[in-house]
Design a protein around this ligand. Structure first.
Ligand code: PLP
Length: 478
């Protein structure tokens, strides 16, 4: 494809994309296909000779779109939002065109410096303490963009593990590292995301999954007791991951209580705020971050709730050297003469190659402004309250979580089976899409406000589908 064709096809693609989003509400939210559907539609061998772009585009509707879950659909209420917006998409085009692999300052000065500056912007917008900011000359803090919250959690575990082993080695220089590793214990609540289990599996460290209070929040006393027990048994607490906005029900761990316990025990405190961290740009939600000054690391995903396309998982550390000491390897071919005066993000994570991801966050923050992003978050929270009101007004249903953000967990008063049937019938209709969670062994339905332009009409529509379906399947057990 040459530049002229690129211009021509690029314009057509932009038109197609804008039309798709303008008319997305006319589509089913979920596809009506079975696993393997694409095999009968697409040749199983790659073409020997190059094809025409128009021919590929002609395949999009019948082959791709018919197999899509439309995450940007106004009636998509599953998981958490998948951030997307026009400025973010346009910035990503530019990032793709540049094709920079910004693993070091020298490999991409603009890419590296923009990342630090934009992470400081967002950190300040969220009210993070100065200790997390790169511009704070008194500290060693700073932020970077990782691919996912799971990766942020994993690198935090790896940094905490390296620090703990180093400390134990000082106490017992002749001890075998494998033996020391076997003593390390991490903690999280039973509502923490499964990436904690995965991260611990990869790091080969133990993970103790703790109970929560009646609001599904992890409390200080629970952490303290667990650590005391483990220390008595010869184990070494080294890492606690708290969640601000759990995946199942958006509960908020009490970092104000847990922080001092981590500090007393010299334990790395991580705050996983993948979704709800984005809401910290609004003052009224800052109570969730009380105690954040105790954290060694924090993450939030603008690619969830700040209109920025995947991938853009923001990660801040209070001491970047404690992070990088776990991750630095420095072959000659990656070194450069400015390393003393610059940041090399390859030492902050697992992959060497890094895209110019801060461009899209820069575009988004500049186009919407802080106020525009606050309005977006506040609209979602307000709409979740509207939806919660519908559920509360219907005594066949019950609310199962504290609705502070854009997520409402609800269920029919009845068996798990009944609720399962309700959800599967609704999802099969393609009219709206939600996913389940389990809270205290109860099957609950998660309703999340996801669309950028969500309105009260969308809430009403969803509620009508839910109540109609409940009426059809019958709300009493037979
Ligand atoms: N942590 C929390 C609280 C989440 O809600 C999620 C996903 O929804 C994750 C971690 C994992 O996110 P990612 O897909 O970015 O790894």
């Amino acid at each position: 494809m040459n530049a002229d064709e690129f211009r021509e096809q690029g314009k057509k693609m932009i038109d197609y994309v804008a039309k798709y989003l303008d008319t997305i509400g006319d589509r089913r939210v979920t596809p009506n296909v079975e696993p393997g559907y694409l095999k009968s539609l697409i040749p199983l061998e790659a073409p020997e000779i190059g094809e025409k772009f128009d021919d590929i585009m002609a395949d999009i509707e019948p082959k791709i779109m018919n197999g899509m879950v439309h995450w940007q659909h106004p009636r998509f209420h599953a998981y958490f939002p998948s951030g997307a917006s026009y400025p973010s998409i346009l910035a990503d085009i530019l990032g793709d065109v540049l094709g920079v692999i910004g693993f070091s300052w020298a490999s991409g000065p603009a890419c590296t410096e923009m990342e630090g500056i934009v992470l400081d912007w967002l950190g300040k917008m969220m009210g993070l303490p100065e200790t997390f900011l790169q511009s704070n000359e008194k500290g060693n803090g700073g932020g970077c963009i990782q691919t996912s919250a799971s990766e942020c959690v994993l690198v935090s575990i790896l940094a905490a593990r390296a620090l703990a082993i180093q400390k134990l080695k000082k106490q017992s220089p002749n001890a075998d590292e494998g033996v020391l590793l076997s003593k390390l214990m991490a903690y999280c609540s039973k509502e923490a995301h499964s990436c904690l289990e995965k991260g611990s599996m990869i790091a080969f460290t133990k993970l103790r999954i703790l109970d929560t209070d009646e609001n599904f929040c992890l409390r200080g006393e629970t952490v303290k007791k667990a650590m005391e027990e483990d220390i008595k048994n010869g184990l070494v607490p080294f890492f606690v991951s708290t969640t601000i906005g759990t995946t199942s029900c958006c509960s908020v761990d009490n970092i104000k209580e847990i922080g001092p316990i981590c500090e007393q025990n010299d334990v790395w405190l991580h705050v996983d705020a993948a979704y709800a961290g984005c809401a910290q740009i609004c003052d009224e939600f800052r109570w969730m971050f009380e105690g954040i000054e105790y954290a060694m690391s924090v993450n939030t995903n603008p690619n969830k709730w700040l209109l920025t396309n995947f991938d853009c998982s923001c990660f801040w550390v209070r001491d970047r050297f404690k992070l990088t000491q776990a991750l630095v390897v420095d072959p000659l071919y990656l070194q450069h003469s400015y390393s003393e005066r610059s940041v090399d993000y390859r030492h902050w994570g697992i992959p060497l190659s890094r895209r110019f991801r801060s461009l899209k966050l820069w575009f988004v923050i500049r186009i919407y402004g802080i106020e525009g992003l606050q309005n977006y978050i506040r609209n979602h929270v307000k709409l979740a309250k509207v939806f919660e009101g519908y559920v509360k007004a219907d005594d066949r249903f019950e609310i199962m979580n504290k609705v502070d953000m854009g997520l409402v967990c609800f269920r029919l008063k009845g068996s798990n089976g009944l609720n399962q049937k309700l959800l599967s019938t609704i999802n099969a209709s393609g009219k709206i899409h939600m996913v389940p969670a389990s809270l205290n062994d109860k099957y609950v339905i998660r309703f999340c406000v996801c669309s950028e332009t969500a309105t009260e009409d969308d809430m009403k529509f969803a509620w009508n589908v839910i109540t109609q379906t409940a009426g059809e399947i019958g709300t009493t057990e037979r």
